[in-house]
Design a protein around this ligand. Structure first.
Ligand SMILES: Cc1cc2nc3c(=O)[nH]c(=O)nc-3n(C[C@H](O)[C@H](O)[C@H](O)COP(=O)(O)OP(=O)(O)OC[C@H]3O[C@@H](n4cnc5c(N)ncnc54)[C@H](O)[C@@H]3O)c2cc1C
Length: 357
């Protein structure tokens, strides 16, 4: 069996590794632009996805930092804490630097006999050797041809990312503050490093504005240095159709969400597990792996991803609405219901597994 993957981002590499582990031949086709791995980006991985990656993809214990608690504050209640997610025995989330994760998977694939990395030189005319073609690349010809119809939402916001160096502290609690400009997250990655993701409505005219805002909302750290600042336009979308015959869209090309809950890549990891399960179910009973896999994949994931996408959007709009009203009644309400331990456990479970079941 042979699969072709277009793109060389995190989704492409993680999926490639999951497939070669099943002894499936993978040709990964990349173009020049596909090497932009950003050093200011970190990724939060939920506990269950962390376990899946560690067992099935690559060992990430050494490059990840475990978080036991996430605290949510709002500026509307004078930076009072409104929610608290905690797990005393194990981690809630782990934070990894994107480029380190990328390097580790890349290295683990290089000498794998089922894996082949091919640089795209010219148009590929013939895909008939492949059972499945999986596209993660926005710039590929397949995207323009088959995957341009989507349900899209533009937030008119930018996410600014950086890493701060600070004095050593026991750094196992992530903090998110819903500020008047948008949510700012402080995501610890070591005793003396914390990643910052600030999603700001509109944009900022100069770098110094962001630096001032970081100092304004930082209550924990004695900052020594603020690293490179990068920015990303924020939008969320889901493709109307996940596949065309045996060509499947995957990763951020398939669905993209607001980073406020750190779930974009977590959704892809869940997709990978479902896709591998479907392929195994077919091959175990001697069925051919073909477009039927894509059909089944869409059937099993589309509704879940759609609900998840909307759930994150509701959280965003909730705090956005309150900010516009300039009223703190909603936050007060969240604070009261957040104290309910059953509801808290429920929300933690959804953030971990993407579903209640
Ligand atoms: C600020 C921020 C914070 C995030 N935090 C988290 C988090 O904590 N947890 C989590 O689960 N998810 C998070 N996400 C989402 C996560 O980063 C993405 O889901 C993940 O990186 C997607 O990987 P990908 O390989 O699908 O896409 P990409 O890395 O975008 O790559 C897809 C393919 O397209 C190529 N490509 C990319 N951009 C272009 C372009 N402009 N032109 C041409 N080709 C291009 C790539 O090289 C690659 O081949 C965050 C996203 C943002 C923006």
């Amino acid at each position: 069996m042979r699969v072709c993957i277009f793109g060389s981002g995190l989704s492409a590499l993680t999926l490639a590794k999951a497939l070669v582990k099943e002894k499936i031949n993978v040709d990964l086709i990349y173009s020049n632009i596909n090497n932009k791995i950003n050093k200011s980006r970190t990724i939060g991985i939920s506990k269950s996805n962390f376990d899946y990656i560690n067992t099935n993809i690559v060992k990430i214990d050494k490059i990840s930092w475990k978080l036991k608690k996430i605290e949510i504050f709002t500026e509307n209640l004078k930076n009072e804490k409104i929610l608290n997610f905690q797990n005393n025995e194990k981690q809630l989330f782990s934070i990894i630097k994107n480029f380190e994760f990328y390097d580790v998977i890349n290295k683990s694939l290089i000498n794998n006999k089922f894996f082949n990395k091919i640089k795209l030189k010219k148009k590929i005319k013939d895909f008939k050797d492949y059972n499945l073609i999986i596209n993660t690349d926005y710039s590929s010809i397949l995207t323009k041809k088959y995957f341009n119809k989507k349900i899209i939402k533009k937030y008119n916001s930018y996410a600014f990312t950086t890493i701060i160096n600070h004095e050593n502290v026991p750094n196992n609690i992530a903090t998110q503050i819903f500020t008047k400009l948008g949510p700012i997250a402080f995501l610890p990655i070591s005793k003396n490093e914390t990643s910052i993701v600030y999603s700001i409505k509109g944009s900022l005219s100069k770098k110094q504005d962001l630096i001032n805002l970081i100092h304004k909302y930082n209550i924990k750290y004695k900052i020594k240095k603020i690293g490179n600042i990068d920015s990303f336009e924020l939008k969320s979308f889901a493709l109307r159709s996940y596949y065309n015959k045996n060509i499947l869209a995957f990763g951020d090309l398939l669905h993209r969400i607001h980073p406020l809950a750190g779930q974009g890549f977590n959704m892809t990891i869940r997709d990978i597990q479902i896709l591998i399960k479907i392929i195994k179910e077919k091959t175990d009973i001697g069925l051919l792996v073909d477009s039927a896999v894509n059909k089944e994949f869409e059937k099993r994931t589309r509704h879940k991803n759609y609900i998840f996408l909307n759930g994150i959007d509701i959280i965003y709009e909730f705090f956005n609405f309150e900010r516009r009203l300039n009223n703190s009644a909603l936050s007060k309400y969240v604070k009261i219901i957040g104290k309910n331990s059953s509801l808290n456990k429920l929300l933690t479970k959804i953030a971990d597994r993407g579903t209640l079941f």
